[in-house]
Design a protein. Sequence first.
Length: 176
Amino acid sequence: MNLETPKIRRADARDVQVLSVVGRRSFDEAFSDHPANHPDDMRAYMDEAFAEATIAAEIANAQTIFLIAETGNEAAGYLKMKFDAREPCVSGERPLELCRLYALDKFIGRGVGRALMLEFLKIAAETNRDTLWLGVWEFNYRAQAFYRKFGFEKCGEHVFQLGSDPQTDWIFEKRI
């Protein structure tokens, strides 16, 4: 197994297709087998969230940054962050939301998530953020454990709309 440290780079408009493919595939790998997720709801969510037009608009937004993790010549995962977004339970004056942190199954356990998170923390420090936060599905125990390792703690919850299914995301935050 190649244990090469993933290379992290900022995505731009040329990366829309790869972000769409990696986002859809990693989301499907992570959540399609869970009995709470109906295939129609999964498809409806992925068709909207990972549409190239949606991602192109997000990349064009100055408040949003995408980071791509590459291992060799292959995209292994990505992170999406958004400046100054917040939920009522999020404290701090200068929040930074971690909107997505995805890795393809074959790269899980190979440092992709860690490398993306470290770059996220670096950007937060460089931009003088005082609070980091994210939403994580109440049944995504692996992701919850990962975020806790980086000092995130539950501060609330909100609805995550998966197609026609309103699901519960826990809000985790980290004060810095």
